[in-house]
Write a protein that binds this ligand. Sequence first.
Ligand code: SAH
Length: 287
Amino acid sequence: MVLEKCNGLSEGEVTRFSQFQGPEVEGLSKNAKKKLNKKLRRAQTKISYLEIRRELRKKKRKITTLKRREALQKGEPVKKKNVIKRMADSMSTQRIVIDLNYENFMSEKERMSLAKQLEFCYSSNRYSAQPFQLYFTSTVDIIVSERFVQTIPYWRSWDVFWKNENFMHLFKSEDLVYLTGDSPNILIDLDPKSVYIIGGLVDHNRHKGLTLRRAESCGIRHACLPIAEHLKLSSSKVLTVDQVFKILVEFQNCNDWLGALLAVVPSRKLLRLNSGDHPTVETEKLA
Ligand code: SAH
């Protein structure tokens, strides 16, 4: 049950405490009441977050069912559930790069974790209605790593553009946008002409600002996901490679950042929804 997960408070406790009732509350000092209030606010945010996410998923399922029913009535071919599409059959021309040029910045364990995250990215793309044109660049070092091959043995058969070259040699520099949690620029939309790069790096943010510095030294644009515009997180807004990729997949499908973020950001990271009460970023430009 949703409420049981909320900061260890049961549904009854949330209701009782929020009305400041019950023997536990009566004997509390002013300070303890303040603390309890804070805990309650967190619990309630989490409840509304989980409820919104559940509603969004329900809505998505309903739309899919309606679309299928409509197509059946019109005698149109109905798409099977979870149809796996190849990039070549996708209507999406959006190019996404995962830059694997960070071998030396990771421990062996982190490299294995990256391999797992790449697997999640690949799977999100395969199951997407319209897969992105997905590039893994600067792959030379990583694919010779024994651990990498052990972690994802079937990488050779993946429907991904594996490129040994650096992204600067593959695309026009004016088309490139490096996604990095440290950029002051906010991503507003996905531009089909642009190529979005995700740093293939698992470092628990030990190397702060590394991808931003790379973007700056390459002289290309950079941007961060519009997280603060929609959500207040309990920890840093730096996400993992697969989470960022999945958010882009979701955004392409629903064209709604809040929906995309809620579908991916783990509920334990969420403190508050910021939607509606935050200044618009519509006018902000990428660097
Ligand atoms: N210290 C690293 C963090 C790696 S997180 C750094 O310097 O970036 C893995 C990758 O996910 C990042 O390189 C970035 O491309 C992407 N990423 C993580 N959080 C992001 C955010 N909030 N906005 C945009 N991209 C993000």
